[in-house]
Design a binder for this molecule. Structure first.
Ligand SMILES: [Zn+2]
Length: 350
């Protein structure tokens, strides 16, 4: 008998320009009419959240807000308290991936729906049901809930620093190796594997590969490709019911590196470099991965990640221990230090 598989998907995805003033209307059309809570960060408050607050008020909403200065577990708890107190029908997260993660976790814990309004295209958390934050027991993502809607204003996202968009490309290129790892685990460990989710994630990676030059121009057209690819990745995770199609050995490397040398680079930047090396192990086209990352202006070396060669070797040797239940090309024993050194050398990362 086929096992039961259930999916939680966003109900509406709106991508376009100057959308923030339409948020109130969009909320009404989703069936909300009374009370909303807007969560933003100190910077996104003025660049985007203000417009969202105005739009909600104009649409007749009673609206409250919370500004989150630091995306930590402490602030997730503060957001939960705020939700309990103001009892919104819907919570809107306006900001980069971290603000969205705080909104996602706090709303999920409070069993209130949330809407994702990203102001940057730095990783696929803007559309995924998973969240990852500092202060959680593990440096990995945890299940929260999928956004009920995503409103991605390209004009706002295109105004964010280009480095964030390039980092988003690194997170998208990771799908080449994540899907391979997932397939391997299916073959070796009989883990559930979904072709549809796998192909959706791969399609995003292919789109970014094909349009690397356009993306580097930082035109609205290029930014839109990255945003739509990130949303597809989030939906792929919703369909799979886990982060499997989007996170494999390259993410394990990224998490390990961030434990060894914290906050030297962005999530997607580390994942991109991890993808080059894991693609080598999978006998995928690792040079193509490297060239795409170079074209979009994302890091491809230890130096560009601001870490030492030793950090990279250690992260490679430790990556398999980060999430032992997630089977990948690294196997149960991982890489020896010698093999890790050789891998990083052969791919030009060190
Ligand atoms: Zn990621």
């Amino acid at each position: 008998m086929q096992p039961v598989h259930s999916m939680e998907l966003p109900r509406r995805v709106i991508v376009g320009n100057n959308l923030l003033r339409l948020v109130g209307e969009a909320c009404r059309s989703l069936g909300f009419s009374e009370k909303g809570l807007v969560i933003s960060g100190p910077r996104t408050r003025s660049t985007a959240a203000e417009a969202v607050l105005d739009s909600l008020s104009d649409a007749g909403f009673d609206v409250e807000e919370l500004i989150v200065p630091e995306p930590t577990v402490h602030w997730v708890e503060a957001a939960e308290r705020k939700i309990k107190e103001s009892k919104p029908q819907v919570v809107l997260g306006v900001g980069g991936g971290k603000i969205i993660d705080v909104t996602k976790l706090s709303s999920a814990k409070s069993q209130v729906q949330f809407i994702s309004i990203p102001t940057a295209a730095s990783h696929d958390g803007i559309a995924s049901p998973q969240a990852s934050l500092k202060g959680l027991e593990k440096p990995l993502s945890v299940g929260a809930q999928a956004p009920m809607a995503i409103i991605a204003d390209i004009s706002v996202i295109a105004g964010s620093p280009y480095r964030l968009t390039a980092s988003g490309c690194g997170d998208i290129m990771a799908k080449y190796t994540a899907v391979k790892d997932w397939w391997l685990s299916h073959q070796l460990q009989n883990e559930y594997y979904g072709d549809y989710a796998a192909n959706l994630a791969l399609m995003s990676a292919r789109l970014v590969s094909k349009n690397a030059d356009l993306i580097h121009e930082n035109s609205q057209q290029g930014v839109r490709i990255v945003v739509e690819a990130l949303i597809s990745c989030g939906v792929a995770m919703s369909i799979a019911g886990s982060s499997r199609p989007c996170s494999g050995s390259e993410h394990l490397f990224s998490h390990a590196l961030n434990m060894i040398a914290p906050d030297r680079a962005l999530h997607g930047e580390r994942c991109g470099v991890g993808t080059i090396m894991m693609a080598y192990l999978h006998k995928l086209k690792w040079k193509m991965v490297r060239d795409v990352l170079r074209k979009v202006g994302a890091p491809t070396t230890a130096e560009e990640l601001h870490v030492s060669p030793q950090d990279v070797v250690e992260a490679l040797a430790m990556a398999h221990k980060i999430r032992p239940q997630r089977y990948t090309i690294l196997g149960e024993k991982g890489l020896s230090k010698d093999a890790a050194h050789r891998l990083a050398k052969n791919t030009g990362v060190i």
